[in-house]
Design a protein around this ligand. Sequence first.
Ligand SMILES: [Zn+2]
Length: 333
Amino acid sequence: MAIVAGIDLGGTAVNFTLRDSARGTFLIDALCEHPALSTHGPDVCLRQIATGLEIAALQAGVPVGDIAAIGLDTPGPASADGVLSAKGSTNFAHPAWAGFDLRGQLAERLQRPVVYLNDGNAAALWGHSAVFGSDGATSVSVIIGTGTGGGLVVDGRMVTGRNGFGGEVGHVLIPWRSIAGLEDIRPHCNCGRTGDLESLCSLTGIRQTLLPHFLPQYPAHPLHGVDLAAAATRVRGLADGGDAMAREIFRVQARALGLFFDQMVNLFDPDGFLIGGGALEASRGFRDWFVTEVRAGMPVQREEQVTRIELMPDGDTAGARGAALEAVRVFGL
Ligand SMILES: [Zn+2]
């Protein structure tokens, strides 16, 4: 029996899944998490991963020795081969992480082959496989969180690109001035661009741009006087409850996404789109409204092009599942 592990390493937690590649089934249904302790540096964190993997094997009822290969995903920035940026990263702040060969070191620690994907790409691969199947479909995924991640699968293959930056959907520029109500703003992104998808369609975009823009238009709003970072995290809940300003902010995000999808329709003519991330951890009614607004933000397509828009399945385990699928493919298991 060939067992493949998917390991989704974040700043605070590491999430595991195990896949029986012969049967094509996952052996862990729910979230299987272990503390990552990434602030303690690579040594401690790698030990946490090894311990967590043993716990996952126990939970799945398989000997840890049966795990033949591993798919690993993390937030970036990192190279296509899993070397973290020398300039450091938000999720791996300890100085020893700078330039750390995470994929290579994990392979050595666990004595197994390891393949690497960034977390957006891994989630996109899982969503693609679950929704569009494995027969060479094309999809574009957008994960709306603190930033904007995602991935591009073309004819069934993940596009990672020459440097590992393929499918960086967040930094694609969009014509934001065509969104009603945004004519006078300049949405800056931390990457240095003005008016890319992440500058509007992320929690950071809410904090840096949309909340400071819309809040003054609602003088009696309860978020006045609340620290911006804390206020930004409350916008989704308020929008779900029907708050007018919060709905306006999410309408802008949906329209931005619609403009981005339109570009992708013309570039790839995909089978469909997937939307995931914390922004959509809300009621069914809110999610349906959001997708309707995305569609409303898209220019009319050619008659034969019907745009399919789906929500990312298994949001919190999508990364680990996608990483496992990549290991199955790369190592031919
Ligand atoms: Zn950007």
